[in-house]
Design a protein around this ligand. Sequence first.
Ligand code: HEC
Length: 105
Amino acid sequence: MSRLATVIIIFMVMIHPLRAEDVAMGERVFQQWCIHCHGEDNSGPGTLRLAWDKGEDKSLLTERHDLNREYVRVVVRRGLDEMPSFRITEISETELNALADFLGR
Ligand code: HEC
């Protein structure tokens, strides 16, 4: 095996637990700040509005596969129609990156 391949494998092994931790942090942020509007019981304004605008299959953020990381970041910082924006003092950049990893998987 070439030295480069060895270095890449070691790097991937090192980085893997970090990525898992990011997604876990993203899920915690989602539970704290988003779930009351984007929950699974179909009563939150986010879930309802997305079902109305985009269709039932797009209503749950946690089941979407078409959400781009950067789009999640922009919507959270700027808000979108009835959705409020979130400040850096509420959701830090590290937390927002983790949230984007969680939703933008
Ligand atoms: C007060 C309720 C509320 C909260 C809290 C909220 N949202 Fe929303 N969200 C909405 C509504 C309503 C929409 C639909 C906006 C529209 O298009 O009218 C929306 C839309 C979105 C969209 C756009 C989806 C698409 O298909 O374009 C994303 C992404 C999103 N929210 C992410 C989040 C995240 C992440 C959080 C937590 C940090 C969050 N929202 C918190 C109400 C909320």
